[in-house]
Design a protein around this ligand. Sequence first.
Ligand code: SAM
Length: 355
Amino acid sequence: MAPANLLVYCRAGFEKECAQELTACAGAAGVAGYVKAKPDGAFAVFHPHDAVAGAAWSARVDVADLVFARQAVHAGPLLSGLPVGDRATRIAAAARERGTRFCELFLETPDTNDGKALAALIRPLAPHLARALALAGVATDDAAAVERLHVFFLGGTACHVGVSHRGRSAPWPLGIPRLRMPAGAPSRSTLKLAEALALFIGAEALGERLAPGMRAVDLGASPGGWTWQLVRHGLMVTAVDNGPMDAALLETGQVRHRREDGFRFRPAEPVDWMVCDMVESPSRVCALAARWVAEGWCREAIFNLKLPMKKRWEEVERARAIVAESLGTRRHRLRLKQLYHDREEVTAWLAAGRR
Ligand SMILES: C[S@@+](CC[C@H](N)C(=O)[O-])C[C@H]1O[C@@H](n2cnc3c(N)ncnc32)[C@H](O)[C@@H]1O
């Protein structure tokens, strides 16, 4: 069985929210424990009191269901005091305890400035570790293997060695999708919707769910970064905002600009998508998105929630409660995630039915 401790990576400054979420999640499964995290450390570790129950719970955790965690790794204890001249042998031995066949190896450091500096120091270790792993009989390129091996460094001579399950974890190092800013998009905000679509819909289903000719409404659209993504997929977009829209976007013939209040706007006919990036209270935005889905004004919605400085986890729970209450017994699916491109925000996807 994989180690019981669950190591999650997050945006620096959100360790407390990670701790609250892990504790709530484990608690709901009847698993008690404590979380170790340092402010601005960009990671947290959940330690269950009962290792067997903890391991059984953490083996079921899917990072897609966690809001603040970018990646979830079943991690062994911290290996510290690694000999500078030969760090690889002990790491390989710890990896061997985790298994012998992995699909990939990720050498990682926290997503902080210190972590980035550490990553540069760790890089030369890679070939030594590859040799030590081979000697220990550990493969890290087995395409059929279901687990990934993670070595997460907290310093030059200290690391956690852990595993993530392919089907329940993020496929990118540190759980961060690296997206390039597309030339021609009118705002960096475009990356938020690009990441949300990749995460919530996935590359395979994207062509079917965002197909040419479909219709969308973008509430709080100016200058047009989110509209740009929808236009790119061939959708016809009604962009609602008192602010100006990018001229090149309007020239595509796919965008109609309406200078109206996003909270009052209603589509003349149901649309496929509603997206919303209005800077407003999360509760108000949530209630609005839930109404769009409940009334059948759209099939799916993606909306950004700007979190307050304090009680951010509580705000996320409130958002869930508002959607649950608004949709009542209607079938729906809601997912929330603090995206890599989100700052003090989380992004939500809400859809009618059972997708
Ligand atoms: C963060 S910006 C949106 C950026 C946009 N998603 C993009 O990618 O370029 C927020 C926008 O929401 C608009 N906004 C705020 N409250 C609004 C409301 N009640 N109705 C319509 N737009 C609103 C603002 O005018 C602003 O342009």
